[in-house]
Design a protein around this ligand. Structure first.
Ligand code: C2E
Ligand code: MG
Ligand code: MG
Length: 257
């Protein structure tokens, strides 16, 4: 797919120092199953900026998405994930890593080819690199995106729909979406304690995804109570501060490998 940069600053103008100097770092947050056993992780970018210090994605991802830098940053994160998975393979670990894909990536580059190339280069099994997309990916060229996601799945990659329920996603769209895992947005959780309606919605999302053969994962689990409630509702996977915050690779390996 050829790059067409629209109103964005061309990616070629990106000063690659941040990447060359490894200022961008993947932090890993564990993902657990119903027993609380760590089965994988999500790679979340942090920028250790030479003058501004430690930056969370909220401080720069929106800017990167506007100026096109997101493509280089994401390609770098996918490469890091493959590098880590290759080293874990040698240690006998089968944990997976989920990587985030911005809608802009699909616009600028051939995401499938890029990820195929990286997993082949590092000898990583497609089933261990999970692909997180958001519903906004489908807002342009929906048919083409569906085809790409189906291709990913045919090749053995696990496709996850991130932040489900945060935007305009509807339960109806799920029946046509080529996804394996639904990551349910944490907004349903924060409200759920005193909010019977949010609880009902959550239960329905979990039930529906199960009926469609899609695994459910709830993000933002912060308490034991939430974990137990979600477990009772039939949710399959969990991620949140209750288990651990995102952490540097070395710390993750010490704790969970
Ligand atoms: P996301 O992909 O939905 O990632 C989950 C976010 O929720 C992370 O924020 C994580 O730290 C936070 N989180 C996890 N558990 C809890 C919890 O129990 N409570 C609360 N309050 N928050 C929790 P983070 O790391 O700040 O990332 C924010 C967003 O930035 C991500 O949301 C994702 O959309 C984007 N992002 C992060 N890394 C990348 C990347 O490498 N590439 C792209 N394209 N986007 C990224
Ligand atoms: Mg994500
Ligand atoms: Mg999310």
């Amino acid at each position: 797919m050829g790059a067409s940069f629209g109103v964005c600053i061309p990616v070629e103008e990106f000063d690659p120092a941040a990447i060359a100097e490894r200022q961008l770092k993947p932090y890993l947050q564990p993902i657990v199953d119903k027993n609380g056993t760590v089965v994988g992780s999500e790679a979340l970018v942090r920028w250790i900026h030479p003058t501004d210090g430690f930056l969370s994605p909220g401080a720069f991802i929106p800017v990167f998405e506007k100026n096109g830098m997101i493509v280089e940053a994401d390609k770098y994160m996918w490469r890091c994930a493959c590098e880590i998975l290759a080293s874990w393979k040698k240690k006998g670990s089968e944990l997976f890593i989920s990587v985030n894909i911005s809608p802009k990536d699909f616009y600028f580059i051939n995401v499938l080819e890029e990820i195929k190339k990286l997993t082949a280069e590092y000898g990583v099994s497609p089933s261990q690199l999970r692909i997180e997309i958001t519903e906004t990916v489908m807002m342009t060229e929906a048919e083409l995106r569906m085809k790409t996601l189906s291709e990913f799945r045919k090749m053995g990659y696990i496709v996850e729909m991130d932040d489900f329920g945060s935007g305009y996603s509807s339960l109806n769209m799920l029946k046509d979406m080529p996804v394996d895992v639904l990551k349910i947005d944490m907004k349903f959780l924060s409200k759920s304690k005193d909010d019977g309606k949010a609880q009902t919605i959550l239960q329905n999302i979990i039930n529906l995804s199960e009926d469609l053969g899609i695994d459910s994962l709830t993000e933002g689990v912060e308490t034991e109570d939430q974990f137990n409630t979600l477990n009772d509702m039939g949710c399959k996977l969990f991620q949140g501060y209750y288990f651990a915050k995102p952490m540097p690779l070395e710390e993750f390996e010490d704790k969970f490998l």
